[in-house]
Design a protein around this ligand. Structure first.
Ligand code: SAH
Length: 192
């Protein structure tokens, strides 16, 4: 999977997802501002998190925090259907435009607070969260299929633990710590 992800990374021009003066810096392995106080994630972390999710082409995936759509492109390329939620309308609209220009037809978009996931389409085989809640979002774990995996940062502004949650049964899950990371905060009920 790592080779496939690296190959995909090499073909996807990250500058397409950046519309401001930071476009010229798109090849740097660091997060960059995309407007509205948000950032496009660091490419090596996007590859790492996608690999940690153990995707396969049959999976239905939920993403919270569409942002620029860069991470969404990876998720949609290696799964069956992607459902992605973004709370800032302007960012979602821009991401929809970019991803449809790239030819994706398996992505469903919702504008709104993703703290409660997307219940109409649950359960999901995989969930990726790219904004950090302060505590584990129980409603998202509920929307994970048994055997499903969620990768997410959890913690306070500026410093979080990247975790992998594997749902082991109805109401039970295993938790692994993967890395220390710094994501933007997830707004809504898990920011308290
Ligand atoms: N993976 C994205 C990174 C986006 S930054 C990329 O590579 O571009 C995180 C995004 O999460 C921001 O766009 C922010 O607006 C969004 N966000 C924060 N809280 C949210 C919530 N409760 N529901 C949906 N989106 C949220």
């Amino acid at each position: 999977m790592r080779e496939k992800l690296q190959a995909f990374f090499a073909t996807l021009d990250r500058s397409r997802f950046i519309d401001n003066q930071y476009k010229a810096l798109s090849k740097l392995d660091r997060p960059l501002p995309i407007g509205c106080g948000q950032t496009i994630s660091q490419p090596s972390l996007v590859v790492y998190m996608t690999e940690a999710l153990k995707l396969d082409e049959a999976h239905r995936v939920l993403e919270i925090g569409t942002g620029s759509g860069y991470q969404s492109a990876f998720l949609a390329a290696f799964s069956h259907e992607l459902y992605t939620v973004e709370v800032i309308p302007a960012l979602s609209e821009r991401a929809q435009e970019k991803l449809s220009q790239l030819g994706y037809t398996n992505i469903h978009y919702r504008i709104g607070d993703g703290s409660d996931g997307w219940p109409e389409h649950a359960p999901f085989d995989r969930i990726m969260v790219t904004a950090a809640p302060k505590k584990l979002p129980i409603t998202l774990i509920q929307q994970l299929a048994v055997g499903g995996i969620m990768v997410l940062p959890v913690g306070h502004a500026g410093w979080q633990e990247l975790k992998r949650i594997t749902k082991t049964g109805d109401g039970t899950y295993a938790e692994e710590k993967l890395l220390d990371v710094a994501f933007v905060e997830m707004v809504g009920k898990y920011s308290l």
